[in-house]
Design a protein around this ligand. Sequence first.
Ligand code: SAM
Length: 260
Amino acid sequence: MTNETELGPTGDTSGSFGFRPVEPRERQGLVNEVFATVAERYDLMNDLMSGGLHRLWKDDLIVALNPPRSAEPFRVLDLAGGTGDVAMRIVRAGGPGTTAVICDISPEMLEVGRRKVETASLTDRISLVEGNAEALPFADRTFDAATIAFGIRNVTHIDHALAEMFRVLKPGGRLLVLEFSHVDVPVLDRLYDLFSFEAIPLLGQLAAGASEPYRYLVESIRRFPKQEVFADMIRAAGFERVSYRNLTGGVAAIHSGWRI
Ligand SMILES: C[S@@+](CC[C@H](N)C(=O)[O-])C[C@H]1O[C@@H](n2cnc3c(N)ncnc32)[C@H](O)[C@@H]1O
């Protein structure tokens, strides 16, 4: 099953929804259905499926971002920010000048995020905006940094989203992408495949009452370009000093690039 996931050099995933071929214009609608279905259980499922590892990976993302502790304004776009986990971590790590805008295409995910931001009394530092990563509703050079965690894989035209993040970053601004990636550690890769294709859809069925969204999750991870290919896509969008770091043997990776 997994050997059909080899990607072309461009990393163009616009014609596939997981392993299923689709018309690019239909893909976003299918993705939106997934997140509308899972929104209320999203946070719980993240913990169950990753055994809590997503928390450590997000901690790594925040350490890489290193928001200033001062009152100096530092505006972060958390794209595909969903239920708000990353944005809340960013403003808590930063000083009083650090603010975040969560932008996501799913009203259902944003609604869960809105409730969490209110409960945490962070409405003065986090705002939520419905929008498509491929056509961001922000002016050029608005943000000091842009993060996207487990989101870029879901976007139909990844190159458009990267170009948009470049456009809305100020010169000197940084892009950080946390995404599932590709394991190349012998044995770990086999175990990871077994867990992904057998356990995750089953967990979805048991804990969230639906296995299909979780099958999409697993398949879309395998469809996502490998680390080096994705780094080249970031460079092609205009970013410089592009680098990446594998997490947990490549199960996830953080890619970084700067708008100089
Ligand atoms: C796996 S969730 C990640 C949520 C959050 N960043 C986190 O790490 O917990 C993926 C998110 O991407 C959003 N998304 C998918 N396509 C998008 C698009 N074209 N523009 C903006 N958000 C999108 C989904 O609605 C969903 O909230």
